[in-house]
Design a protein around this ligand. Structure first.
Ligand SMILES: [Ca+2]
Length: 173
């Protein structure tokens, strides 16, 4: 039996169920949320706030624990389900977990094809989860400037302690 992990409610009390990420939810004014499983990021705009270059911290809502019929601060237009049981590094194109993303479970010697360094499409935020720290590099093949970043949620380059749009290769510690 399918398990729905997130339910959004509109003002009429109708429910809308989701199991995975969606870059565009139905055109509904959602007012409440119930989370029964998973770790989720909700975005104020479609495409994970891509057109807003990730927007501000107030343009996302993060749910790491189950909640029941909690009032929403805004009606989300897209939502992202984080993996929640494998050591991994999820990188995002924009601040505040915005835009394109990709999850790595192992070392990657060059992420440039997906996230070109020196370009706004380069990595601007990152989730390291749940146990491992990762080492980030400014050049391919684990060369150039490097930094060990603690396993945590890093919504911007300042939090990562790593320059914006410069990530080129990465590996778990
Ligand atoms: Ca970027």
């Amino acid at each position: 039996m399918a398990q729905h992990n997130i339910t959004l409610f509109d003002a009429d009390g109708l429910s809308y169920k989701f199991e995975g990420s969606s870059n565009k939810t139905d055109d509904v004014n959602y007012v409440k949320i119930t989370v029964t499983g998973g770790i989720w990021i909700l975005y104020r705009n479609v495409d994970f706030n891509a057109s807003q270059a990730g927007g501000n911290a107030s343009d996302i809502l993060i749910f790491k624990e189950p909640v029941s019929e909690l009032k929403l601060d805004f009606s989300p237009c897209s939502l992202f389900r984080c993996q929640d049981n494998v050591d991994s590094c999820t990188v995002f194109e924009h601040n505040n977990y915005g835009g394109q993303s990709k999850q790595y479970q192992e070392a990657c010697f060059d992420i440039c094809q997906d996230f070109p360094s020196g370009d706004p499409r380069g990595v601007s935020s990152i989730i390291l989860w749940p146990n491992k720290d990762w080492e980030l590099f400014t050049k391919e093949n684990f060369t150039g400037g490097s930094k060990v970043v603690k396993n945590s949620w890093h919504p911007n380059p300042e939090s990562m302690g790593f320059p914006n749009d410069k990530l080129r290769s990465l590996r778990p510690r």
